[in-house]
Structures are given as structure tokens and as C-alpha cells.
Design a protein around this ligand. Structure first.
Ligand SMILES: [Zn+2]
Length: 474
């Protein structure tokens, strides 16, 4: 890095601001893709810059720059100061520097081998191995394997003595096989996403997963369409992830409840008066915000306002306790929240984001949950979703369905879907598995201007009683 002096820039800002903060971030993303045994993409993007933040007259304001020189940083602070002076007369709340308490600390992703040591040759070999492993039948017409390798650093400094540094190693792997015959096609996929190092690039795992998804895509192609009706539903963790994300994570974001996102990402059915009393789900439902989850995509020690992050219960024994809102939203709403003030890039101001939101494991074995179902279906892996802008009525589709008859897995069905209304659905939670799995995505969108950010979700398999299930176009 060339000359970079955050303290000198902060001293400059302090001449005109009550408080100033500076967030430096640097990120490199390598995207590799192979399709039908041919390398298709080999792209690296890098970004680096600083977000300058000031507090004037109880109002926070921002300006960003990619010019890290003293002059560049001072210019950005001058711009943040001018903008904040001009807009503080319209502030929605009066804040103080107590909302940016001083902290020091560091965080590093828990990797076994450094991501930086994974060669392009090794990654390409894993992707090619997956692609070749999917070539088991001429009906498997699309065999894709891709990986994103992300290395990020976020350092935060402030005039009241904050200095934190965090380094993240992340991977997002997706392997998918599409089988087609006539007008019908079916896709089966495998995703592996989280804070990992080079240990994930094991060609034998890619071969095994490639063979599995191709085999299951062919099985789905030959399977009957999912029947329609009200039945018991078991969701595997790779669909629970989406169910948690859309019907718990987004509706509990306090900025949505306050109306900030109404224009773009939507509002929430949750009212401020619901905290402490709303029976969100059955007593088996325990949901946490957990930035300490090992290897989860959105684990961190401090959010982008320097607030120390810790595990908190959002929903306990089915009752709504806490929202997904940062210090500023907590102050505005008077509601309890979490450290989730996060930005997607150096050039974006932080907003409330869900980060890791998990359904805590219960006590049931999957086989016992299946055995308890007379007439039902087990669904895996999200394929499609639709939910209203209050996060209330939803309709989700999965890649794979397995009917359950008299306590036993029966035939595989294609195009399985289910629908529900959030609180009614979660109150149908009849059993929670004991073994969890962790999934995530780098692609949760929110905010104007748009911010695409990383989230993680852990969950065991879960059983819901009496859900409306239906098939697709056959
Ligand atoms: Zn999202």
C-alpha cells in the first residue's frame, strides 16, 4: 500500500466535526467457472478505498474515496463535513459520539490452509473434476461448476480511539447438473459457502458431489410431478436457509420495520409492539443472530460502526425477542438489536443487514421425523422463491421432493413447491432436528444505492405440520 495515514486524516476532520471515523476496506474476488468440461471464466476483481464518516450537530454523514493520499482523505472528509452540515437540519434523530464507542480488536477467518496458497491450477482441476463427474448420460445437457474466492480486509479507526482490523477468507462453490428430455428439464445442485481456506479444494469431494447431482437430476427427470394437497413437510437445511432468510431475517431488520426500506426492498409485517410478545412460531423455534459461528459466511468480531458483535437470541421458545438492527436503529426504535451495521463496499454507508441468522438445533433424529409422518414430503435445495414486500405470504420451490407414506420415504417427485403465511407457518413447526448444516450466499440485496452482501444460515432439518404443497408445470 502507498502512503496511508488515517490518523492525520482524522485530525483534519476533527477541526470541524464532533467525531470522525474512517473505514478502510480492500477486497479481491476471483471467479472461476467451467461448463461442460471447458473453462469459461477466469476473472479477478479488486477494490480498495475508504469511507469517511463524521458526526456534526447530532447527524452522521459520509463521503467515500479511492484516493488514499493525505490530500484525497482530507478532500473526502471535507465533502462529508459539507454534506452533513447541509443535511443535519433534516435529521430523523439526534445521535452522539456515544453511538460510536471506542473499541480495539482483531478478527481473522478460521482457515486450515491459507486461501492465498490455492493455485488457479488446483481450483480449475476441482471444477473440471466436477464437470467430468457429471458426464454420466447424454441427457445431462449442462454441467456447470463455479467458484468465487474472496479475500477481504476491513480496518476501522475513529477520533475517540477505535482501531479494529478484520481479515476474511471466503469461498462460494456451486456445482449444478441439468438433465433434459423433450420439453422437460431438471436441475440439481450443490453449494458450499462460508469462511474457509484452501482446504475446500479437494478434487475427490468435487467428483463425489458432481456424480450425486447428475444422478439426482436424471432421477428427477424420470420422476412424476409433485402432487397437490395439504400434508406434513420436512425441509432440509439447504431449503431452511432460504426459509429463514426470507421469513425471519428480512422481516426482523429494524430499518425495514422503521420504514427506511419501504421504497425498495420493502416493509415488514412485524410491528414495534410485537417484540417481547409475538408468538412467531411454535415453542420449538429458537433463532439466533450469531456472528461467532465457525466458518459461517457472515462471521465477524465488529460491525462497520465498530460495534462488538455477539450471539443473541432473536426468537426464544417461539416468542419474538429482538430485532436485527444496529445501534442507530435501536436508538430510533427503542427496541433491542444486534451489531449488524454493515456495508457492501468501501463506497457504501452501513445499513442494517441480517449477517448470520440461524435456527438452533433441537433433539429429533431425521429418521424419527420421517417415521412420525403418515402423509408428507421431504424437500431439499431451494429452486425458486416469491414473498410479498411485508415478508408475510410466500411461495417457495425446491429442486428435489421425496414423498413420505406411513413413516417411510416413498417415491421421488419433481417440481415440489409449498406456500404459507409466515407466522402461521412457523407455528406449524412440529419437530427440529439435532444435526445442523451451515449454508450462505454472497448475494443478499438491499438498500439504495444497492448493496449486495454476504449472509450465513445454519439449520437442522425441520418438520412442519399441515402445509399446502403443490407441483409445477409438467
Ligand atoms: Zn436477502
Amino acid at each position: 500500500m502507498p502512503h496511508f495515514d488515517p490518523q492525520s486524516a482524522l485530525r483534519h476532520a476533527q477541526k470541524a466535526a464532533q467525531w470522525a471515523g474512517l473505514r478502510y476496506s480492500r477486497e479481491s474476488t476471483q471467479s472461476r467457472a467451467v461448463r461442460n468440461d471447458a473453462p469459461e471464466k477466469n476473472e479477478t476483481t479488486r477494490e480498495e478505498g475508504v469511507m469517511c464518516e463524521v458526526l456534526i450537530d447530532g447527524h452522521f454523514g459520509y463521503a467515500a474515496t479511492a484516493d488514499l493520499s493525505d490530500t484525497g482523505l482530507q478532500r473526502a472528509f471535507d465533502q462529508a463535513i459539507a454534506t452533513t452540515n447541509a443535511t443535519s437540519g433534516h435529521k430523523v434523530h439526534a445521535f452522539s459520539d456515544a453511538h460510536r464507542a471506542a473499541v480495539q480488536g482483531a478478527y481473522e477467518s478460521p482457515t486450515q490452509t491459507p486461501l492465498a496458497a490455492s493455485s488457479l491450477a488446483l481450483i480449475t482441476e476441482c471444477l473440471l473434476t466436477a464437470s467430468k463427474a457429471m458426464a454420466i448420460d447424454a441427457k445431462v445437457v449442462n454441467r456447470s461448476a463455479r467458484v468465487m474466492v474472496i479475500q477481504a480486509q476491513i480496518d476501522y479507526y475513529s477520533t475517540n480511539g477505535t482501531h479494529t482490523t478484520q481479515r476474511f477468507d471466503m469461498v462460494d462453490i456451486a456445482v449444478a447438473a441439468t438433465a433434459a428430455e423433450g420439453m422437460q428439464s431438471q436441475t440439481r445442485s450443490w453449494n458450499h459457502t462460508g469462511q474457509y481456506g484452501g482446504e475446500v479444494f479437494d478434487a475427490s469431494v468435487f467428483a463425489q458431489q458432481g456424480l450425486r447431482v447428475a444422478t439426482e437430476a436424471l432421477e428427477l427427470l424420470a420422476a412424476p410431478n409433485c402432487p397437490s394437497g395439504t400434508m406434513d413437510l420436512i425441509l432440509m437445511p439447504d431449503q431452511m436457509m432460504l426459509q429463514i432468510h426470507e421469513s425471519i431475517g428480512h422481516p426482523l431488520e429494524l430499518d425495514r420495520i422503521l420504514g427506511d426500506e419501504r421504497n425498495y426492498a420493502g416493509w415488514s409485517f412485524v410491528q414495534p409492539t410485537d417484540f417481547g410478545s409475538l408468538r412467531y412460531g411454535s415453542p420449538l423455534m429458537n433463532v439466533t443472530f450469531d456472528p461467532t459461528k465457525q466458518n459461517a459466511m457472515a462471521s465477524y468480531a465488529f460491525d462497520d460502526g465498530g460495534h462488538p458483535a455477539r450471539r443473541e437470541f432473536l426468537i426464544e421458545d417461539g416468542v419474538l425477542k429482538r430485532g436485527l438492527g444496529s445501534v442507530e436503529s435501536q436508538e430510533r426504535s427503542g427496541l433491542p438489536g444486534v451489531a449488524n451495521f454493515r456495508s457492501a463496499s468501501w463506497n457504501r454507508a452501513p445499513i442494517d443487514r441480517m449477517a448470520n441468522v440461524n435456527l438452533e438445533p433441537g433433539t429429533s433424529e431425521l429418521q424419527d421425523m420421517i417415521a412420525s409422518v403418515e402423509d408428507g414430503i421431504l424437500m431439499s435445495t431451494n429452486r425458486s422463491w416469491s414473498i410479498d414486500d411485508y415478508r408475510n405470504k410466500f411461495q417457495f420451490g425446491c429442486e428435489h421432493g421425496h414423498l413420505i407414506k406411513n413413516g417411510k420415504l416413498a417415491s421421488v417427485v419433481r417440481n415440489p413447491n409449498y406456500r404459507g403465511v409466515t407466522v402461521d407457518f412457523w407455528n406449524r413447526l412440529g419437530a427440529v432436528g439435532k444435526d445442523e448444516a451451515t449454508y450462505g450466499t454472497p448475494f443478499c440485496g438491499k438498500g439504495e444505492p444497492s448493496q449486495v452482501i454476504r449472509v450465513g444460515h445454519s439449520s437442522p432439518p425441520c418438520l412442519f405440520r399441515g402445509v399446502e404443497v403443490f407441483g409445477g408445470q409438467s
